[in-house]
Design a protein around this ligand. Sequence first.
Ligand code: PGA
Length: 257
Amino acid sequence: MKKTVRKAIIAGNWKMNKTRPEAKALLEEIKPLVANAGEVEVVACVPFTNLETAIAATEGTNIKIGAENVHFEKSGAYTGEISADMLTELGVEYVVIGHSERRQYFGETDETVNKRTKAALAAGLKPIVCVGELLWERECNITEEVISRQIKLDLYDVSAEDVKKTVIAYEPVWAIGTGKTATADQAEEVCALIRSTLAKLYDEATAQAVTIQYGGSMNAANCAELLSKENVDGGLIGGASLKANDFNTIVHAAVNG
Ligand code: PGA
């Protein structure tokens, strides 16, 4: 039933990788592979410096381009930051917000994630809002509290209409870049919890319309099982998105999933 009510989205998160020529080369490799992805939305979230190159390289294809962060103010004295309008003007469609690496290394909080999400939506970008528990929090058995708190704070004051344009990425922090993947059942459990939290905050129909991704060491070998789960509608892919064949395998697992 999931594909009939919401979009499957496979998004690469390239992180701080690839120069412009390298970005172009990778996209040229990916393009023909994913051309027959049908209903599955294929997204590449790339460093700011690669956005223009990536948009030009994917023009007329089924690949959408996303950024990896956005500032919440429209303009002003924010040295080193990029606004939502700067992204939409380039033709960017998606933006990753609140990735755990930003929370961990750059002081991102639920409050700034919320501000960035609202700024992105106001500018017409589709935010990919990342949530996830630390290993310590999972061991203390508070995953449910952590995730529902993040969802409530990150989406504070976001309308039902806007939340339908928002993608939620469940990324257990202990699984990112570690090679340790959540089991498909663990991923499903938390993605279902996210959906039930959305149903409480909005309503059941709105919750059913939101795409929820799993991220954290998703790869060519484990993607099919993860994506077969009812509440896992897609993936946010780090390491494996830098390898055209692996990324393509994940995209096609979503086509079949
Ligand atoms: P990974 O990264 O696939 O390399 O674990 C996922 C992410 O950070 O989005």
